[in-house]
Write a protein that binds this ligand. Sequence first.
Ligand code: C5P
Length: 242
Amino acid sequence: MNPFSPANPKDRIIFALDVDHFHEAQHWVTLLKDRVGLFKVGKQLFTHSGPKVIDMIAQKGQRVFLDLKYHDIPNTVAKAGEEATKHRVTMFNLHALGGFEMMKKTVEASRAVAKTLGISRPIILAVTILTSMDEENLKEVGIQGPLMEEVACLASLAQKAGMDGVVASPKEIGIIRERCGEKFLIVTPGIRHPTDKKDDQKRTLTPKEAIEAGADYLVIGRPIKEAKDPIESVQKIVEDIS
Ligand code: C5P
């Protein structure tokens, strides 16, 4: 069993704070506090509000997944990783396409900073191929595919570089588990109940299906945010994966 994989079902839920104002983020954290495992802060909210949004979530005793998907030369990403570690986020991520050295240096830098602070280092996840890319789009940027093979290759590279896991679409869970084993974390968005609106998600699984397929964490935004009763929606998800 992966030591990072949560035992408590509610801790597997990562709520996507896809909002554009600090006060809105505050509203959702207050409402869902202790009902989900982590709050995901992405590029929009972070660019709008900056690190104070991380502090606000921490002050409410909640954990943060900083979803900034770093991708740059190794030194630059390692330095960004140090800063994320200093903010004491629970998870952050980077693009596996940044390469082995970038990933390895970032883990080492984060570990060193965490040691100095006397804390455990954040879980560091790799994004393989963005789920918005299909095989045709990959060819346009000079990657010949097949897509699933690229995903598996990048997940293996990430694991060799010391990453704790990957962010993967429901469809990719199987091949990643096969190549990277049980101890590699898989964080999966694209979660919908059969009665939910699909929005822009094309390949969805229910919370239960995703956990059964091997996901450790589920990233969920709109099915909770746009529900008539968001708390009831979270409870339904927790029941589904319990
Ligand atoms: O609202 P919804 O549940 O679709 O939100 C899913 C979250 O996961 C969003 O923040 C989205 O950016 C993120 N995500 C995704 N697909 C990926 C990677 C991240 O939907 N491949």
